[in-house]
Design a protein around this ligand. Structure first.
Ligand SMILES: *Cc1c(COP(=O)(O)O)cnc(C)c1O
Length: 363
């Protein structure tokens, strides 16, 4: 994507001048393992129920601005009250609103790279200063002593658990200490929480930590990346602040109807989520068995791998095998790393075979 023209660069806010539109680096391929979607697709009965719910939706009327019916369903599911829930147009919008409400000039965010780069982009856009607390360069575990120290003077702290793209989680005890240390707001981005073992979510801390925000999305486990719905859980006054900066009709009637159906039928997703977890373990083993491939343990629906010539491997996967994975080989701290989404058994088999063949040629 080209940068801004000189003419426009002179006109925009200074924070925007260095930016260009987000480019997920997407090429159409037979097998797309690049964006951590649920590649198994929507369960058929859920899809039918969604179609019926959409058919009943009235398009001439504005949607319920706060998505209260959906909030109530989410609240009942997560064991909180409506006042603890805010719905957004995907998790990304909720992240943006978090920075809009709590960040800005004079505010600092602590984040823990290598991680999701959207935090950096939104911080920059809104003039928030970022303090980077780098993860261990071998294990990608959090540096808790440094993080706690940095949190003591931070307005905002962001921890991704499981972390995208490395797969690490934060323990509940560490998250609690972080909330205690930070005078500002701590967000735990749990976009991939459904793929974790029981007991990993920091949600139970909401009862005691009133400066904690938990982010969840329907884009990953629940097959709604194309529809754009996510939600946060937090104390009512924190939700009020997010509600105040929120564009009122951001969740449209189709999105609300679709997400309500998915929440009501959430049990239908359990079998594929289980399969994705077991495929994650199998794919990790199979990739690690290829000589020269390092695999990090992951609690998400993706795996971080390192190999020589990763950039070339990624290009050959795309051009010769029509398999798309995400290239992190040039990203700070992630030299020669690729991130692969856990797909169906057939997709995973093709990926493993292709990587093995390519590495035989380039190694
Ligand atoms: C995918 C993702 C999100 C949110 O995605 P949406 O599609 O906008 O809901 C948030 N955080 C992380 C770390 C992600 O990977």
């Amino acid at each position: 994507m080209a940068g801004l023209s000189d003419r426009v660069r002179a006109l925009v806010r200074p924070e925007i001048a260095a930016l260009s539109p987000y480019d997920p680096n997407f090429t159409p391929c037979d097998i797309n393992l690049s964006a951590n979607e649920n590649t198994y697709g929507m369960p058929e009965e859920v899809r039918r129920a969604i179609d019926e719910a959409i058919a009943r939706s009235q398009t001439n009327r504005y949607p319920d601005p706060m998505s209260n019916e959906l909030r109530d369903l989410i609240a009942a599911w997560r064991g909180v009250a409506r006042e603890n829930v805010c719905v957004g147009n995907g998790g990304d919008e909720l992240l943006f609103n978090f920075f809009l409400a709590f960040g800005g000039p004079g505010k600092t965010l602590v984040d823990c790279p290598p991680t999701f780069t959207v935090y950096d982009i939104y911080s920059g856009m809104l003039g928030t200063q970022v303090v980077r607390c780098w993860r261990d360069d071998e294990t990608f575990e959090l540096d808790m002593p440094r993080l706690l120290e940095a949190a003591r003077t931070a307005d905002m702290v962001m921890v991704t658990s499981p972390n995208n793209p490395t797969g690490n989680v934060i323990s509940r005890d560490d998250a609690e200490r972080l909330c205690e240390a930070c005078p500002g707001i701590v967000m735990i981005d749990e976009a991939y929480i459904e793929f974790c073992e029981e007991g990993v979510s920091c949600e139970p801390l909401l009862a005691s930590c009133d400066n904690l925000i938990i982010l969840h999305t329907f884009s990953k486990a629940f097959c709604l990346a194309g529809v754009r719905v996510g939600y946060v859980l937090a104390a009512p006054d924190v939700i009020e602040a997010l509600g105040a900066v929120r564009q009122p009709y951001t969740a449209d009637v189709f999105a609300q109807a679709t997400a309500q159906t998915v929440v009501s039928m959430r049990e239908r997703f359990v079998p594929t989520i289980k399969t994705i977890r077991s495929e994650r373990e199998r794919l990790s083993r199979d990739l690690a068995a290829i000589g020269g491939v390092r695999v990090w343990p992951s609690q998400g629906n993706f795996i971080l791998v390192r190999m020589q010539q990763a950039g070339i491997v990624r290009a050959r996967l795309r051009d010769q095998y029509s398999i798309l994975v995400r290239d992190f080989s040039q990203a700070p701290g992630l030299d020669d790393c690729l991130r692969v989404t856990v797909g169906t058994p057939a997709e995973n088999d093709r990926l493993v075979q292709a990587v093995a063949s390519i590495l035989k040629e380039v190694a």
